[in-house]
Design a protein around this ligand. Sequence first.
Ligand SMILES: [Ca+2]
Ligand SMILES: [Ca+2]
Length: 220
Amino acid sequence: MRSAAPRDFDLLRLLPIILAVSALAVHAENPASPADLFVIEALARQNDPFPMHQPNQLFRNAGSGKFEDVTAEAGSVFDLSEVSRGLAFGDVDNDGDTDVLVENCNGRARLLVNTVGSANHWLGLRLVAGAPPVDQIGAWVGVHRKGRPTMWRRVRTDGSYASANDPRLLYGLDGSPAIDRVEVRWPDGVVESWSEVAVDRYTTLTKGGGVKAKSEELAP
Ligand SMILES: [Ca+2]
Ligand SMILES: [Ca+2]
């Protein structure tokens, strides 16, 4: 086993979905791209103080329902063999890509800082309501762009075992920053729309601050 020092992972323009003992989704760099897999598994060993340790794995979505193992490209942290059980996702440095916290039993937490880069534009949103503002778990948010399918995301923090994710939404915009509007379907069914939302940064959308609208299409 190599050094236990955590290291950045750089998977070049990927959108990971990361799986732990339980499964969850994450958007790292471009949520419009196919999803990849980060797998934490359990394997029992005899006469070992931490018998369930095992290296984690990362899989690239090759499309057509197939995944390829890209663990060897993902940095030395994947050489470690630890008892990983929880994964939490969030953009800890607010640079538009999703970073990953791996939580280990009887061991250090590992923060994997995404170094995928900023070649593509992105949109970051936080959805709140009330005073003090509360994150609106369950809200659906659609980003409408000309000539492209609407990208729908749901505000959520759930996913992996004993872990909670960043409730903010992250959208990859490829090379074009143009957005027609952002449509929010709040948990109580109210629909609002925003036409001016800055890209390449995070923006907080507060319930009541948009234009009341009728949803033109149903969120998934
Ligand atoms: Ca980041
Ligand atoms: Ca980054």
